[in-house]
Every structure is written in C-alpha cells, then in structure tokens.
Design a protein around this ligand. Structure first.
Ligand SMILES: O=P(O)(O)O[C@H]1O[C@H](CO)[C@@H](O)[C@H]1O
Ligand code: HPA
Length: 268
C-alpha cells in the first residue's frame, strides 16, 4: 500500500499554510455537482495549491476545496479510469483526514438500474458492490491508520441514514451502488447482470473513497443523483453531456438535501 500516513501528513503541512479551519464534516461532490461548493461561504483553495493533489481531468470536476468552520467541500474527484493509481483516487479522503474530518458525505452521478428510479431523482446509498477490480487497501497495512481487515457491514452508516430520513421532509429511496472502473458505460447485458446481483444504480467512482473513509473510521453517507437510466433500460444511447445536464437540472434540489444533511451533522 502507498504510505498513506506520509500522504496525510504532507497534506496537513500543505494546508497549514492556507487555512486555519478544521471542520468535522467533509463532502465530495460528484459529476456536475460542484456548484454546491460555489454557493457556500468559505475559503476556496485550488488543488494546484495543495502539494501532492492531482488535477481532475473530467468535465464537471473542477478541482478546488471550499472550506469553512463547519465544512470542507471537495469539488473534483479522481477516477480510476483517468489512469490514476488507486492510491491517488482516494486522495480527497486523505485530504479530509488531514483536516481532521470525522464524517463524510459522498455524492455522485449514477445510472439508474432499479425501474422505480428516474432521471433527476436523488437516492441515498445503502451499500455498494465493488466491481472496480481494485481496492485502495491492497499492500502493507499501517495499523496506526486502520485495521488490516476492515469491517464493511456498515460502510454507509445505518444510524446516519436513519437520522437523515427523519430530518428530510420526505423519505429518500435507498439503493445499492455498483462501482465499475469505466470509462465505457456498461453494455445492456452487464446492466442485466448488475440488476441480478442486487445493484440499483451504477457508476465509476465512490467505492474506493468509501472503502478508505471506512478504514480511517469516518462515518459515511452517500447520495447518488440518477442522471440517466442505465444502458438498455431505455432505448437510447448514453453520454456524459446528459449526465452533466441532468445534474445541473436538479442542482438546487440536490443542494437543499446536501445542505440539510450538512446542518444535521454539524449540529451533533
Ligand atoms: O461518479 P461521478 O464522479 O459523479 O461521475 C459519474 O459520471 C461519469 C460518467 O458520466 C463517471 O465519472 C461516473 O462515475
Ligand atoms: O449509466 C452510467 N453508468 C456508469 N456511470 C455513470 N455515471 C452516470 N451515469 C452512469
């Protein structure tokens, strides 16, 4: 395994110069969702100012940290398909750890598999299936950071999900997220397989981040914005522009949910 301890220490040092804020809640924003960070007050720090932080290459991931007393929002994540080592894909989580963040909210754009879902809907992630073909914890383990064999039975905190559902005006549907490496969208046959193994939505991110957050002891919740129905469900081709457009269409609604959850976590 990469020496995550060293990476976290290097981020801590680098951030010492740019901010005194040490929030408890971190948010990773998915494709097309970075406007949420614009609308919140705080200090914006470009990834280029943070030593060791890669640059996002995907449209909809801008590459800055917005930080205030209560929150650290990351507008820009790294995907395995971009060619990053899996150890770099989890750098947003290591950065949040360096700031002392204890709770993580992950968001993503995903294709809907469950026929009860529709584009524009926000789904609370109940669990995931790791089909990336990679795991960020492979390699020697530093027991000071986390266990060799982390338990994943509550990776998307049941307790937090319950509190979120109680706080929101209407309950969100929950679903299982299948994380694949991409960058191809899936074939219709792959989507039929994913449905059979219990996936409700599909994407190319989130899973490595949540594995790392769980390993580091962060309580985690996740939201998928269903930006399109997965391949073969509707008789139409998929493209990233549709993903960005749908995320933009529901941005205000999604922001409301994320802000409510951020307030809920900050008040505890
Ligand atoms: O998961 P996020 O980063 O939100 O983005 C999703 O959208 C992109 C595909 O359109 C992929 O990167 C997929 O993972
Ligand atoms: O249909 C999809 N498949 C994989 N990743 C995605 N991200 C948004 N939509 C999708």
């Amino acid at each position: 395994m990469a020496d995550y301890y060293t990476t976290i220490e290097a981020f801590r040092k680098s951030l010492e110069k740019s901010t005194e804020f040490r929030p408890r809640t971190g948010v990773i924003l998915g494709s097309g969702l970075s406007k949420i960070a614009d609308s919140l007050s705080g200090t914006a720090i470009d990834y280029s100012q943070i030593q060791g932080m890669p640059r996002p290459t995907v449209e909809g991931h801008r590459g800055f940290l917005k930080i205030s007393r209560d929150y650290a929002l990351l507008a820009g994540r790294f995907h395995y398909y971009e060619g990053h080592a899996i150890q770099d894909v989890v750098k947003p989580v290591l950065l949040l750890k360096a700031l002392g963040v204890e709770r993580l909210i992950v968001t993503n754009a995903a294709g809907g598999i469950n026929p009860d879902f529709e584009p524009g809907q926000i789904v609370l992630i109940r669990d995931h299936i790791n089909l990336m073909g990679a795991n960020p914890l492979v390699g020697p383990n530093n027991g000071d950071l986390g266990p060799r064999f982390p338990d994943m039975s509550d990776a998307y905190s049941r307790a937090l999900r319950k509190r979120i559902s109680a706080r929101l005006e209407y309950p969100l549907k929950e679903g299982v997220y299948a994380g694949l490496s991409g960058p191809c969208y899936e074939t219709p046959a792959e989507i039929r397989m994913l449905e059979k193994i219990g996936a409700d939505m599909v994407g190319m991110s989130t899973v490595p981040e949540v594995i790392m957050a769980n390993y580091l002891g962060m309580g985690t919740v996740g939201f998928s914005c269903i930006t399109n129905m997965a391949a073969g469900i509707l008789d139409q081709p998929l493209n990233h522009q549709e993903v960005i457009d749908t995320a933009a269409r529901v941005e205000t609604h999604f922001r409301g949910i994320v802000e409510t959850v951020m307030e809920l976590l900050a008040s505890e």
